[in-house]
Write a protein of this length. Sequence first.
Length: 232
Amino acid sequence: MVLFQQPFLMDFSSINRGLQPTYSFDFTSDPSELNQDATNISVDHTTNFRWDFDIKNDSTNDASSIDLGSNLSNTAWICDFDLTYTTLTPVSGTTTSFFVLSDLSSATDSQTNQDALGFRVNFGVSDSISNIESDGTTLPGGASDAFSTLTTVTTTTYYVRMIRESATSFKNTFYSDSDRTSETDSVTSTIASSIQNLDHFKIANYSGGGGGSDTIIGYIKNLKIWDGISSF
């Protein structure tokens, strides 16, 4: 009697989900971030192990950045992090913040030309979440496609995934779960292939004049970057 055995099918999707990130920051140790104003944005690597921010549009550069040490691929990478807002209080105007991968450190403020991919959060009078695709422009100058469903942030945790899908495509997705299976909103932008040499993760405030004075306090955790891939 001949027995026919079911072929063994390898689950490549589960293997890819276990792919180790190229860069991983749990903030349990000092990531040697560069802070421009540590009272407003800096890493807490002694107590809560997170990257804290208190966004102020105070006409100064409060940005903080982590140097990856080498440039990311100009065609494919994935960046995950957990974004939590703890205090959101509208006061006046619109307060702006940026979460980006840039070719320049936090010493370069949001109003200085740079290459960057990420997103902008406006909170206050005019709320929005928009992709940033700065090609040798300021961060506000790189603002493009906005989320259509998630138009404002609330005091909760968003599980963010930013993907450079190709030289000319960038996608930003917010999820409601840490496994990143339940999508809250996403937006994909066509970008310039000349956005290159991104090697710093940066949290930045709007450093120009005329910003709002709203209260925006929170933190990010579990920052991970997979270089050279655009899907799991």
